[in-house]
Ligand binder design. Structure first.
Ligand code: HEC
Length: 143
């Protein structure tokens, strides 16, 4: 019995190596986190109604095609993308990110997610952060 175990193990290892190599696993890829100094950066723009409104317009123009009308990662471009855009209303995800971290990610981008450092002013990027906070707010009565 002991001698038979090795080849079985080898086949198993080989098979699992092939599978992970093709990215067929459901594991999310390595997490994306901002450096500490970006995370602790304070949002200088008050989340006023007008900031959220400006953020909404900027989102429509720059983010909606990928992240979708409500931020669920289901915009019209999604089928063209090799990777699904993040759901920006996922409470766990959004609670885990500070405003500074969201700002940093919007500024820098990663792979399919474009960098907006040059396209949007700092103030505009904070407006978008305020809009995303508004978008992801808890539905009434849930808390
Ligand atoms: C071309 C499609 C595309 C556009 C346009 C786009 N995104 Fe993304 N976005 C993505 C993808 C894909 C990811 C996942 C990137 C990754 O994890 O590597 C992402 C990730 C993010 C994240 C990080 C969430 C996380 O999981 O950590 C934030 C925040 C974000 N986008 C906000 C925005 C905002 C705000 C805009 C508009 C100013 C925008 N995105 C425009 C495709 C897009």
């Amino acid at each position: 019995m002991r001698r038979a175990a090795l080849p079985v193990l080898a086949v198993f290892l080989l098979a699992s190596a092939c599978m992970s190599g093709q990215g067929t696993t459901e594991e999310p890829k390595d997490s994306w986190s901002a450096p500490p100094e970006a995370r602790s950066r304070q949002n200088p723009v008050e989340a006023s109604e007008s900031s959220v409104e400006r953020g909404r317009m900027l989102y429509r123009g720059n983010c909606y095609l990928c992240h979708g009308p409500e931020g669920h990662g289901d915009g019209p471009w999604v089928e063209q993308l090799p990777e699904t855009p993040s759901d920006l209303t996922d409470p766990e995800k959004m609670r885990g990110m500070s405003d500074g971290e969201i700002f940093w990610k919007i500024s820098r981008g990663r792979e399919q997610m474009p960098a907006f450092e040059k396209q949007l002013s700092e103030h505009q990027r904070w407006d978008v952060v305020n809009y995303l906070r508004w978008l992801g707010r808890a539905p009434e009565g849930s808390e």
